[in-house]
Write a protein that binds this ligand. Structure first.
Ligand code: GUN
Ligand code: FE
Length: 435
């Protein structure tokens, strides 16, 4: 077996600050050691305590001016929208029609899908993201291409084929029958193959008929441990349209509820314009929300009510929502998330930010028994953050007096430049300064 040890300041969340208070939510080792064997965490603690027990011959990698944290978890992103990022001027529905649907049309081509999947994964790893819940396009081949690339890097990734049978261009629609059959084949082939997992992915209520949403529910009954991934209550015009299309339903969430889509491992992106009863229902069914601040600001969608979600005990993770979102960087996403909550009169503690990007994301995905913290036995996905990434950051860090201040500076000033290295299952998958 192969043992590796990393000596650095180490910080990870072991609980939700909202539940146990900020100080009990983290473990911090100023001079820490992370020991990894065969891709799993075997020890994490103070170096002084762990070094004495380390077997002879194990090489210790010293990481000065660094902070080691679990790999970031992006709970909502679209791999076919790499080329849509930074598209000018529109809100959701026009943005979809003018920019997004045309771009997604190219993903019937396997070579294009593979090239874009690899570019996308490299961009995630450059930004310290080791797990993501990923939209494909309507084309089965897009998801084949994505899983093939993710498998090469041994990443824990979740993805699915878009189900969309109406209100979209002909070149992007399937049917209830074909979407069921294609999703089923992808599940059989990819779900739980290595570290890969499948998500049944109806795009959002307006682009699926009743028949198709029924088929999504049927897939979830047949494969109870796959994910459900869709959009929810993002934009006012969208919400009004859903009410028009499903007049028998009491609200947007009720549409999904009606078809049996609310459950553990159901992840709803955005959830900005929710009623109190909808938060209750999300909590009751153990469904999760992906908070996507850069997208919600860029598309003018609104300000997510994180404190209401917290108050109701709804699982929440962070999402970049590229290409509606404007950055692959989880640090930049936390920066914008902090500002959005400021506008709502709510301070997000830096430990809460770290929680949302790691353990909270893992809990939203019901994967906290495998990733999101340095619990012994977990998969060794981690990031080496550079506290001196830029001259400004180095100068600002010199003024800090605590790890929480350092972490806050990292989340506000940090981006891909602050990711010195990224590891997946104990293997280095990105090195910033590689020759
Ligand atoms: N709602 C339906 N499709 C999409 C999409 O591709 N991006 C976002 N942000 N919202 C959506
Ligand atoms: Fe999205």
């Amino acid at each position: 077996s192969h043992i590796q040890a990393y000596r650095s300041a180490i910080l990870h969340c072991i609980a939700d600050p909202a539940e146990v208070g900020v100080d009990a939510a983290v473990e911090y080792f100023a001079d820490g050691l992370l020991v990894v064997e065969d891709g799993h965490v075997v020890a994490c603690g103070e170096a002084s305590a762990l070094l004495v027990d380390l077997a002879d011959g194990v090489e210790v990698q010293e990481l000065p001016n660094s902070l080691l944290t679990p790999g970031f978890i992006d709970t909502h992103i679209h791999f076919p929208q790499v080329g849509v990022i930074a598209s000018y001027g529109e809100q959701l529905l026009d943005w979809l029609n003018n920019y997004t649907f045309p771009a997604e049309g190219h993903f019937h081509d396997k070579q294009h899908a593979s090239d874009m999947a690899e570019l996308f994964l490299q961009e995630l790893l450059r930004n310290g993201t080791t797990t993501a819940l990923v939209f494909g396009t309507v084309h089965k081949v897009s998801v084949e291409a994505f899983f093939e690339q993710a498998e090469k890097h041994n990443l824990r990734m979740i993805a699915g084929k878009v189900m969309m049978d109406r209100h979209a261009p002909d070149f992007l629609t399937d049917t209830p029958e074909s979407s069921y059959a294609d999703s089923k084949e992808l599940i059989e082939r990819w779900h739980q193959r290595g570290r890969l997992l499948y998500a049944v992915t109806p795009r959002f209520a307006p682009t699926s008929s009743d028949e198709q949403l029924s088929e999504a529910g049927r897939l979830l009954r047949e494969y109870p441990d796959v994910y459900l991934h869709t959009h929810l209550s993002e934009n006012h015009a969208e919400c009004a349209w859903v009410q028009e299309l499903f007049p028998q339903c009491s609200g947007y969430l009720d549409v999904y509820d009606h078809f049996g889509l609310l459950r553990p491992r159901a992840v709803f992106a955005h959830g900005i314009h929710l009623q109190e009863a909808e938060f209750k229902r999300l909590a009751e069914t153990d469904s999760a929300i992906s908070f996507c601040p850069t997208s919600n600001l860029f598309l003018g969608s609104g300000l997510f009510n994180l404190s209401e979600a917290e108050r109701h005990g709804v699982r929440v993770g962070m999402g970049t929502d590229v290409g509606g979102g404007t950055s692959f960087s989880m640090l930049q996403t936390l920066n914008e998330g902090y500002k959005v909550q400021q506008l709502r009169g709510h301070k997000v503690h830096p430990y809460k930010s770290l929680y949302l990007a790691t353990l909270g994301g893992a809990r939203a995905l019901q994967l906290d028994d495998r990733i999101g913290s340095f619990r012994v036995g977990n998969e060794a996905d981690f990031v080496v953050l550079d506290l001196h990434a830029t001259p400004l950051m180095k100068y600002r860090m010199a003024q800090t007096r605590s790890i929480e201040e350092q972490l806050f500076v990292l989340t506000i000033l940090g981006d891909d430049r602050a990711i010195r290295a990224t590891y997946a299952a104990g293997q280095c998958v990105h090195q910033r300064d590689a020759a």
